[in-house]
Design a protein around this ligand. Structure first.
Ligand code: PHE
Length: 326
């Protein structure tokens, strides 16, 4: 028996000697010690052996296996040592740089705006992205004949459910769920059936709402003036232009003087008494203002981004420019 083992070992030694690479050596290893390897199958003879032979046979088989492993390991070490200097691993070399990601400009602007507004006492609410007609339209005094309710402008999920077209729907949820004083800001995604270089079917808005006793247009002007100054830097020229929204009365749009030109940046107004009535707030005791703005527009102005589509393409060289910003 041991004669047979000896010849197996010398045969193995010869094939190992002929190996020129790790790959060759691994093939030899599996040929002898793999699942159906020449040495592995020798262990099957243990099963047939008499009880008194088993101990000795086991010892011989283990010796055989260990000798084979020693021969293979020795060869492996010598292959590694003989590698040319180029192929050796130099553990003293510095590791590969792992680049750290950056925040998306939309997130940076949301963080900055919510930070500024939090100083005025606004707290954050998120609401729902899939809304019903009541919260997105009806309660906001938007009649069923209003063009915004058309399928061309709104993504409907079913007859009554839709993707919210503005964050104003969160106003309704808040006013229904809590009693004045209410002072909330609502950053989030909104959706409209619109897609061209200056419109995206999904974009971000933030809404501000303040309801309390004796709130008037001066409060609205004061907050927005300070907010714009903080966001764009001191002494930004602003003007309020009369406008129309079904859910505010009076309504206005706010323009800022940017590089010598007036630009419209947000919509605002005093919450319409019908809206207050729809959520069960008595408009004799309470009043409030609301404003809503597009985050992408603010980000474009702040960072000088010319094309809206840049926000959604995930181009790493574009995104890397915002590294370090919070
Ligand atoms: N919801 C309006 C829009 O999407 C913005 C707005 C909010 C206007 C609150 C007035 C008050 O354009």
């Amino acid at each position: 028996m041991s004669q047979h083992y000896n010849s197996l070992i010398s045969e193995l030694r010869k094939t190992v000697d002929d190996c020129e690479s790790q790959h060759d050596l691994m093939n030899v290893k599996s040929k002898y010690l793999g699942k159906k390897g020449l040495i592995t199958i020798e262990f099957e003879s243990l099963r047939a052996a008499q009880d008194d032979e088993k101990k000795e046979l086991g010892r011989l088989l283990n010796d055989l296996k260990n000798t084979a492993l020693e021969i293979i390991n020795e060869k492996q070490n010598s292959l590694i040592n003989n590698l040319s200097l180029d192929n050796k691993i130099d553990v003293t070399l510095p590791g590969k740089n792992i680049s750290i990601g950056s925040r998306h400009p939309v997130s940076i602007v949301i963080n900055e705006i919510t930070e500024i507004l939090s100083h005025y006492g606004f707290t954050q609410e998120t609401g729902l992205e899939i809304e019903d007609e009541f919260h997105n339209f009806e309660a906001l005094n938007i009649p069923s004949t209003h063009p915004a309710r058309d399928m061309h402008d709104t993504f409907y999920v079913d007859n009554n459910k839709l993707l919210r077209t503005h964050t104003s729907s969160v106003q309704i949820r808040s006013m229904k769920n809590s009693k004045p004083p209410i002072k909330i800001m609502t950053p989030g995604k909104v959706y409209r059936c619109d897609s061209d270089p200056t419109h995206s079917p999904m974009f971000h808005q933030i809404e501000g709402l303040h309801i309390d006793s004796n709130i008037n247009f001066c409060h609205l002007k004061g907050v927005l003036k300070d907010f714009i100054d903080e966001f764009f830097g001191r002494k930004t020229e602003i003007r309020f232009r009369p406008s129309y929204f079904p859910f505010t009365e009076p309504s206005a749009e706010l323009d800022i003087k940017f590089n010598g030109r007036w630009l419209e940046v947000l919509g605002c107004g005093m919450v319409h008494p019908n809206v207050l009535r729809n959520v069960g707030i008595n408009s004799k005791n309470y009043s409030g203002y609301a404003f809503g703005l597009g985050i992408e527009r603010f980000a474009m102005l702040k960072f000088g981004i010319k094309d809206l589509r840049m926000f959604y393409e995930n181009d790493l060289s574009f995104l890397a420019q915002f590294e370090g910003l919070k």
